[in-house]
Design a protein around this ligand. Sequence first.
Ligand SMILES: Nc1ncnc2c1ncn2[C@@H]1O[C@H](COP(=O)(O)OP(=O)(O)OP(=O)(O)O)[C@@H](O)[C@H]1O
Ligand SMILES: [Mg+2]
Length: 564
Amino acid sequence: MKRTNKEAVLRLLFGKTAANRRQLADALIVLGLLVVPGLMLGTLVSGRIWNGRQTPSSSRWGWSLLAAAVVAFVAPAVVWTWPGQLLSGGISFGSVIGSGIVEAMMAPLTVQVITWLRQSPAPAAPTRQGAPPVGPAAASHASQHPAPTPASPLIHLGIDQVGRPADLDLGGEASALVVGLPGTGKTTTLVRLASESLRLGWSVVVVDLKGSGLMNRSIHALAERHMVPLYLVDRSEPDTFGYDPCSGDPAQIANKLIGSFSFAGVANVYQQVALDAVSQIAAALQARDGAVTLEKIVEALQPDEMTKLGRAASQAVPKDTNDPIDHMARMAALSKSAKETRVIMEGHIGIQKRLASLSNGTFRVLLRRKPALAWETVMATPSLTYMSLPTLASPTDVELLGRVVIQDVKQVAEHRLRSVAERPRCLVIVDEFAALNEPEQIVDLILQGREAGITVIASTQYLPKTPAILHAMLGAGVVVAHRVAGPDADVLAGQFGTTSTVEVTPNIDYTTGEVTRGTVRRGQTYTISPGQLRDLEPGHVALRVVQWPLPLRHRLVSVYREEI
Ligand SMILES: Nc1ncnc2c1ncn2[C@@H]1O[C@H](COP(=O)(O)OP(=O)(O)OP(=O)(O)O)[C@@H](O)[C@H]1O
Ligand SMILES: [Mg+2]
């Protein structure tokens, strides 16, 4: 049955709230155990078999119905209140055994129905009344509305095959990887994680590299539901924040901008040339104007402009300050080397063209809009930040800006690690991470983020190819795998581990047809096999949480869908 139909039927039968339905399921469990205790035995056995083998939902329903059909024939053997009758001596021991076996056979269908009742839909997050302000007005709102008190430190992602909650402690994780083919439920999972983190009083930053309608709608709904300020950075909406890729000190600006471009092979020398020029120009611009912009850097990357900038910067900084930099001399030397050395000139022209095309490209309006998003602020208070950078609009600019955003978050992490102040928890979600084209910048963030209170969640359609990124992401505790294909299924199945098996192989004598000897072989089988990963339905995931003890570490889970 499609989920929407299922929800409609459940609402009609059992009332509006999910809590009602879960209470009903729990009441059924208690009643069942009192009236037919054999169910308990059957539940334990079927639960163990199904969970151990990660049996798919369709097979479980099939076996359950088969067992129920058998029960229909032997139903008269059930003695419904046998515990009482046994105590009063009104029933034989044989009848109790017979009744127990039939009751146990009812268990699979009962477990299925109860799990189904408990699974749908997601528990609603606590809400507060009224819509929060959006855009720059959100800043003042943040201080007036303190964080909600978290009811539980865990994130409730969904429910596993035998009805147990699948919880995560993202506070203890540096990162999580959400992987899956198109349409398998990645964005829905991210929305659930964002909602739960807001419930816990975290700040959440969503970088949407697809510009998906689902994410956009969900973000607005979540901000309203959790009554947190919503900081939007979106070129297609008028009243949103701008984005300033030139924040930080001169070295940080140069690293962010130049480090975010891909320079391959021989172009490496141009990268060094550009790094040197941009950091010196940024220092002179800060001395002259206090602020750096892309347009100003582009303008200053011409030899004649360099000398003018150097002169102005030296005049702007009084001689008696502690600024030890002689901007005039440095800019003059830079200008001279650009005129005399061909590789330096080419390096400057190359980077000037690339920055100019970014500055005048698709995100032109966003880069000029004021005020720009202040990372330290949004990551410090419970809030929701949504940055829409749709890759289809301009893949090259999105690749660069997305990488600069990672550097911005790293800057906050680095600052937090240096300070002794409290480190409020922040979840940074990157949807469709592959649009950044294997950004190595993320590796440091993953490695250092946890201590700084920052957890990164990347969603992607396929596993990263760069070994350092792949290892950092898989090395992190949480993997949420939706349906995947090809070699990714094999790699991920390896991540979910194996269990030991014992295989007995009979040796047959083909002349006599007799079994002569047998061999016993110890082997390993996947806990969750590549085949299972290739067959997952939308919203169903294989979940790995290394923090949990072994039986709960690798599970097939049905993810709660937020009601938006
Ligand atoms: N947890 C869930 N429960 C029920 N249905 C779900 C769930 N997750 C996803 N779906 C279904 O799958 C569809 C696709 O989900 P979603 O957009 O989240 O996938 P995606 O992997 O992000 O897709 P894309 O790669 O196109 O962005 C949804 O419209 C919904 O019908
Ligand atoms: Mg998506």
